[in-house]
Design a protein around this ligand. Structure first.
Ligand SMILES: Nc1ncnc2c1ncn2[C@@H]1O[C@H](COP(=O)(O)OP(=O)(O)O)[C@@H](O)[C@H]1O
Ligand SMILES: C[C@@](O)(CCOP(=O)(O)O)CC(=O)O
Length: 309
């Protein structure tokens, strides 16, 4: 069984979405591939499956597989701990394979199990990454049910309503700092700030407002306004303490040729995104300050069964 799932970038609302605020993300054309066959013992890329190195794979198996041991091979175009959702991508590719082998493949089921795997592995998460890489295209997460509703995810008192959102074919450049930013550590850092500081709670709410303001410009293809809102979002994320000097350098370098730029994903390292008409110029500027640039497109496909690895 061979499957794949894309990476994603969050356009608006990372961190705030963990507390139920709205957020928008798109799947991108970098993918993680998984090939699975039944075996005598669990192995990943030739090594015994371990808690330390294969935690997402192991939790995916724990949640939805009780058959024979599996030999798993993975191949990923998504750098790990990059803010591009490498963990969601491997999780959803794995779940696609496991559910397909059980003849239980359904988009909603993959997305909900995917969230559960991320939540258990990281100790805290929102469903934005796993829903986006399952569905592909664009996703709006909102605290209420709106048009183009797909499914609902719940955890404790929080409810996230997942929607499809039409997004124009945005020209984006991702700048990866090369510095790993652990989602788990960054989410925990923001949670400590959120729990004891009402100012942090206001910032989280303001990020949610920016996401809502971005919906119309996204639908009207008003790139100037989208860019302004990205810049504002980035300021608020900086106040939350998840920015990094290397991300700031890449953002400043990109802004000369972009409508706007911001960190994307958990931060603390990881990546930035820039919205631009001049992808080559932005990519060059990012590489000049030491980042790795990816000129990306939105991926229409979410999870996929593959015929060749
Ligand atoms: N190809 C892969 N195979 C197995 N696990 C992976 C793979 N890529 C990433 N991971 C797991 O995901 C973790 C990084 O996820 P995370 O911190 O959420 O960052 P992001 O999802 O933004 O890239 C890694 O530490 C590793 O456990
Ligand atoms: C910070 C957060 O909002 C996004 C994390 O994205 P990533 O794992 O860094 O790609 C956490 C979450 O929504 O689960």
């Amino acid at each position: 069984m061979e499957t794949s799932a894309p990476a994603k970038v969050i356009l608006f609302g990372e961190h705030a979405v963990v507390y139920g605020e709205p957020a928008i993300a798109v799947a991108i054309n970098l993918r993680t591939y998984v090939k699975i066959k039944k075996s005598e013992e669990y192995r990943v890329n030739g090594y015994p499956m371990s808690d330390k190195y294969h935690s997402y794979i192991k939790n995916a198996i724990k949640l939805c597989w009780d058959g024979e041991p599996l030999d798993i091979q993975t191949k990923s175009e998504v750098p790990s701990a990059s803010g591009m959702g490498s963990s969601a991508s491997i999780t959803v590719a794995m779940l696609t394979a496991l559910l397909a082998m059980k003849d239980e493949l359904k988009e909603e089921k993959i997305a909900k199990l995917g969230f559960e795997v991320e939540y258990r592995t990281q100790g805290s998460a929102s469903p934005i990454d796993t829903s986006t890489v399952t569905h592909g295209k664009g996703i709006l997460v909102h605290r209420e049910k709106k048009d183009h509703f797909l499914w609902k995810v719940e955890k404790g008192e929080l409810k996230w309503y997942i929607h499809h959102i039409e997004v124009p074919s945005l020209k984006l450049v991702v700048g990866f700092s090369g510095i790993k930013g652990s989602t788990k550590d960054m989410v925990n850092k923001v949670r400590r700030f959120y729990n004891w500081n009402s100012f942090a709670r206001d910032v989280i709410r303001d990020i949610g407002k920016i996401t809502m303001e971005a919906i119309e410009p996204l639908q009207d293809e008003d790139y100037e306004r989208i860019g302004e809102l990205m810049n504002e979002d980035n300021k608020l994320l900086t106040i939350l303490g998840v920015n990094h000097p290397m991300l700031k350098r890449m953002i400043n370098a990109s802004l000369k040729h972009s409508y706007g730029a911001k960190l994307t994903g958990a931060g603390g390292g990881g990546s930035i995104i820039a919205l631009t008409d001049e992808q080559d110029e932005v990519a060059k500027a990012i590489e000049e300050v030491g980042g790795k640039a990816y000129k990306v497109e939105i991926s229409k496909d979410g999870f996929r069964i593959e015929n060749h690895f």
